[in-house]
Design a protein around this ligand. Structure first.
Ligand code: F6P
Length: 550
């Protein structure tokens, strides 16, 4: 397989990056009054400004040429038509089918997937309505008031991020809780105030083999049965979402309480499926559909807009430019709206589990850096914690700033204060302030020369730090659907550009396997002795200290 690095368009970008590193964005802005218009896109639900990147029209042209050389448009078509582009698992990648609102049959390998999706949506609608209206009763005849979703990774982060983001739209028909950690503290804390008679559990696990989820599910079952004195209560209080129906049934979930999932939907792209059940339960089915519609709008945009006007394509190209060509190793995701406080964690899994890899489709080591590590926090909290690093460290961290024109919870005076910070930060990161200016400011404040000489170098902000701004009108189901889909397609595009198989996650398997072996060792006197001395001694210390304390 030809490495991307051998493409002339790739090499042209490498050469161009050397030139661009000598430029400052501040100068690019002063030279070009049209820069914002040229490097921003406006859709119905968001404004995307990428002008504060170290780019020129020439950079973008070179990036679009590379995208075409990588046959991005053809790969996009392969994904939408259901070709098995997840080659290491031999699967299609069709999360887009889950939110296709066109009603057009999607036939893949002789199967009409549209019918399956519609049947699943009908099941979600029916079930969520029965729970929300109280028609569905618990074992003692009481309605369900609390729903506990037990799942981890893609079976947790998506629904939790969305229900937090859209809390404002919940009518509180039910309260939704999430258990993901196998640390018993979490499930114990969540269950303590709940009443088994009106609590429903959703066991969300695509594989139904994830140890942490199964352990939490068993604890939840014991909690219920201890209260009901009857295993039959499980049928009224446990549902599952899984593509492994047989194992879910063996576990004790009644077959009619199992929502289907398919192998053509990856865990981290699955909130549009029945994995999104907590969203429909919390907000109502209509709002869940609005979320799908928002994503569908972006799917259409991604599918049809020319690369030059295609937001997810541009997001991916800029990530490649900043990381692979200009050398950044991490990227910050900085949402300013409080409801988006889980977005960074969600995108961490989405991008890092998808593209955090170092071999290409054929299994050869790639000879270029791939994707950055993703981190971040709600912007205002971040400003008072790690923005110092963003402004003045010697690592450049490209950042996405995400905010809204209107707050869902308008409190007089708050939103403009929030947004003033939002705009100020990207301005400061881009422009910085040079030593001459720092000295002039200090002088104007009446500082003496000795003080100015001492402090000036510490107050210099070099600027030239790339940011993207995504400005939504307001957080609502549709805009959140669009926002997530933007990032999903960015991730797909990155994978194509980098020749990375974005839809497997072999990197999490090794640790899982070792944990299973060590678990057995923790429970018995036998230790297989195959560990390195660090791991061996840590296990010994744990066991000895535990024994001494018991
Ligand atoms: O962490 C690995 C992973 O396989 C994720 O990809 C997935 O989202 C998560 O575990 C949960 O898997 P499951 O839904 O099968 O329990």
């Amino acid at each position: 397989m030809t490495s991307r690095a051998s493409l002339p368009s790739w090499q042209a970008l490498q050469k161009h990056a050397v030139e661009m590193k000598t430029q400052h964005m501040k100068d690019l802005f002063s030279k070009d009054a049209n820069r914002f218009n040229e490097f921003s896109l406006n859709s119905d639900s968001f404004l995307f400004d990428y002008s504060k990147n170290l780019i020129t029209s020439d950079t973008m042209q070179k990036l679009f040429t590379l995208a075409r050389d990588c046959e991005l448009e053809q790969w996009r078509e392969k994904m939408f038509s259901g070709e098995r582009i997840n080659t290491t698992e031999d699967r299609s990648v069709l999360h887009v089918a889950l939110r296709d609102r066109s009603n057009t049959p999607l036939i893949v390998e002789g199967e009409n997937l549209t019918e399956k999706v519609q049947a699943a949506l009908a099941q979600i609608k029916d079930f969520s309505e029965r729970i929300r209206t109280g028609t569905w009763k618990g074992y003692s005849g009481k309605r369900i008031k609390d729903v506990v979703n037990i799942g981890v990774g893609g079976s947790n982060l998506g629904p939790q991020m969305v229900t937090e983001a859209l809390k404002h739209y919940s009518d509180q028909s039910v309260r939704v809780h999430y258990v993901s950690n196998v640390d018993g503290t979490q499930i114990a804390d969540i269950l303590r105030p709940l009443d088994p008679e009106n609590t429903l559990f959703i066991i969300s696990s695509k594989t139904f083999t994830t140890t942490e989820t199964m352990t939490n599910a068993q604890t939840a079952m014991k909690w219920l049965v201890t209260s009901a004195f009857d295993e039959k209560a499980i049928g009224k209080h446990f549902v599952a979402v899984s593509s492994n129906k047989a194992t879910a049934c063996e576990f004790g979930i009644e077959e009619e309480n199992i929502f289907d999932m398919w192998d053509w939907v990856g865990g981290r792209f699955s909130l549009w499926s029945a994995i999104g059940l907590p969203i429909a339960l919390d907000l109502g089915f209509d709002k869940f559909v609005e979320l799908l519609e928002g994503a569908y709008e972006v799917d259409q945009h991604f599918k049809t807009a020319p690369l030059e006007k295609n937001a997810p394509v541009i997001m991916a190209l800029l990530s490649l430019w900043n990381c692979t060509f200009l050398g950044s190793q991490s990227q910050a995701i900085l949402p300013y709206d409080q409801p988006l406080h889980k977005l960074t964690a969600y995108l961490q899994q989405a991008e890092m589990e998808s593209n955090g890899k170092s071999v290409n489709w054929q299994g050869d080591e790639v000879d270029y850096p791939t994707v950055p590590s993703i981190w971040g926090e709600i912007g205002i909290n971040g400003q008072h914690a790690f923005y110092q690093y963003l402004h003045q460290s010697n690592n450049v961290v490209p950042a996405d700033f995400i905010g809204s024109v209107a707050s869902v919870t308008p409190v007089k005076g708050h939103h403009d204060t929030l947004m003033a910070n939002f705009f100020a930060q990207t301005e400061a990161l881009m422009g910085g302030v040079d030593e001459q200016q720092v000295r002039a400011d200090l002088k104007a404040k009446g500082r003496n020369q000795e003080y100015i000489d001492k402090v000036a170098p510490h107050k210099v902000h070099k600027g030239n730090r790339p940011t993207n701004t995504i400005l939504m009108d307001q957080i609502e189901p549709r805009s959140i659907g669009s926002l997530i889909a933007l990032y999903e397609h960015k991730i797909f595009t990155q994978g194509i550009l980098l020749q990375i198989c974005s839809f497997d996650q072999w990197g999490v398997e090794l640790g899982k396997g070792l944990a299973n072996n060590i678990y057995d060792e923790l429970k018995s006197d036998v230790i297989d002795g195959k560990h390195d001395s660090s791991t061996q001694n840590l296990i010994n210390y744990y066991k000895a200290t535990k024994a001494a304390k018991s």
